[in-house]
Write a protein of this length. Structure first.
Ligand SMILES: Nc1nc2c(ncn2[C@@H]2O[C@H](COP(=O)(O)OP(=O)(O)OP(=O)(O)O)[C@@H](O)[C@H]2O)c(=O)[nH]1
Ligand SMILES: [Mg+2]
Length: 457
């Protein structure tokens, strides 16, 4: 399902409206980005129309006079479609189409179109289709009271309709609506199933308690290039918007020796359609659940700070606003001065080039430092004669110290009685202390971990 015709390159007129407190320069910059989106979708921009207003006109978004001007510009430019940078209500887009005699869509429709083009996996395709259907549902147009050729229509007028289907009949619009709703329900169920599988896989991956790092950022910032640079992920890298839709995770060994799981995911953009955020919720869960966000900002972009702020807004929207963040200003190879000044403005951030590898070592050390800072340091004072404690508590990696003595805590495994010998190695840590055995393997009574213990009692 596409909204932009791709059998030929459509000719597009862009429309931007400046509303306080925005400035005309900002509107121009947003239209530049919209032009990039249009190009990615496979169409050509042939003209731009701008207006300054206090609020959108409820009927046509721009004022009546501007709408008439837009009709003239579209005619002169022989445009096929008019694209608004702001979201149009279904009524506004209907009125504009009547007035302009050509399709009137908004930025959301263009982004949905690109996502539809780039979706590869079953989950990605289902997510995009769901977002498109939710966008289309309130915009469905019927031919008024025309009846569908379904059983209902026949039932209304003839005896040939099967029993149970006779009645006043449904309009084509009602039939389309019902079909759409049914498909939405099917897709939601399908996505829920896929989401459960994803959660199970994620759980299995993180069971070893590896920390997780999510690479986030504006579309085309270089997230996939960075994942490829850090790991052997081999993710698709393209100089186009929304090249990545499916998340990809890889293990990475940090310089300090710790292993982390790093994932790359869909890029964000200003005014990311809420239908997409909703549909991609399960994919974006991984971002909200990570220990650290590696926020990649393109230092060579026209407005890196604006892109950073747009990403922060989406992070808030998906419940990841509180996750610890490390800023990486990318593309330092082409924008060294900009990267340097951005690093100066954001203490703790790093300048990198995912392409050339510059700054990557510093980045890895910064990731390690941030993650280490998350570790809770607890000092335990344990009297040496009265038993043992596990630290960290029951994570599966516990070491017991000092070696537990008796009595056996409730619920613990079997404890041998006499001093162990090499022949009868004790089965749990709370066995009596011994000098007989220099080392043995036992099961920690608190956490159940198999540990090798060296030295006498
Ligand atoms: N000069 C330069 N180009 C880079 C660098 N990092 C990435 N690029 C280029 O930027 C473009 C986008 O890179 P990607 O890694 O696909 O960006 P992304 O953030 O994954 O983009 P999406 O998945 O589309 O959101 C590609 O043409 C990369 O070659 C860098 O450090 N320097
Ligand atoms: Mg990518």
């Amino acid at each position: 399902m596409t909204l932009i015709e791709r059998t030929f390159r459509e000719r597009i007129v862009l429309v931007g409206v400046t509303m306080a407190p925005s400035t005309v320069e900002e509107t121009e910059a947003h239209l530049d980005e919209l032009a990039l989106l249009i190009d990615t979708a496979g169409a050509d921009v042939v003209a731009r129309v701008l207006q300054r207003r206090h609020a959108p006109d409820p009927a046509t978004f721009v004022g009546k006079g501007k709408a008439a001007e837009l009709a003239d510009v579209s005619l002169d430019a022989d445009a096929d479609t008019v694209v608004f940078d702001d979201e149009l209500s279904p009524a506004q887009s209907r009125n504009l189409e009547k007035l302009l005699g050509r399709t009137a869509i908004d930025r959301t429709a263009v982004i949905l179109d690109i996502f539809a083009q780039n979706a590869r996996s079953a989950e990605g395709k289902a997510q995009v289709e769901l977002a498109q259907l939710r966008y289309r549902l309130p915009r469905l147009r019927g031919k008024g009271t025309q009846l569908s050729r379904q059983a209902g229509a026949m039932g209304a007028g003839g005896a040939r309709a099967p029993i149970g289907s006779r009645g006043p009949g449904e309009t084509q619009l009602e039939v389309d609506r019902r079909r759409l709703l049914r498909r939405i329900t099917t897709l939601e169920a399908e996505l829920e199933r896929l989401s459960k599988t994803r959660r199970t896989q994620r759980k299995a991956r993180t069971q070893g308690r590896n920390r997780t790092v999510s690479i986030v950022g504006y579309t085309n910032a270089g997230k996939s290039t960075l994942l490829n640079r850090l790991t052997d992920a081999g993710v698709l890298v393209e100089d186009r918007l929304f090249a990545t839709l499916d998340p990809r995770a890889r293990r990475l060994d940090l310089p300090g020796g710790e292993a982390v799981v790093v994932s790359d995911t869909v890029g964000f953009v200003r005014k990311l359609p809420h239908q997409l955020v909703e549909a991609f919720r399960s994919t974006l869960e991984v971002v909200a659940e990570s220990d650290l966000l590696l926020h990649v900002v393109d230092a060579a972009a026209p407005d890196p700070e604006g892109q950073r702020a747009a990403v922060r807004a989406v992070l808030d929207q998906i419940g990841a606003g509180e996750v610890l963040e490390l800023l990486a200003f990318n593309k330092v190879d082409v924008a060294p001065a900009e990267a340097e000044s951005l690093v100066g403005a954001h203490p703790g951030s790093v300048a990198v080039s995912a392409l050339t590898g510059e700054g990557i070592e510093d980045l890895l050390h910064a990731v390690g430092d941030r993650l280490r800072a998350l570790e809770e340091v607890v000092e335990l004072v344990v009297p040496s004669t009265t038993g043992a404690t596990c630290w960290p508590p029951c994570t599966g990696r516990a070491r017991c110290w000092p070696r537990p003595t008796r009595p056996t805590p409730p619920g613990c495994g079997p404890a041998s009685t006499g001093p162990p010998s090499a022949a009868s190695a004790p089965s749990s840590w709370h066995d009596p202390p011994t000098a007989v055995l220099a080392s043995h393997t036992g099961t920690c009574c608190r956490c159940g971990t198999q540990e090798r213990w060296e030295g006498g009692g």
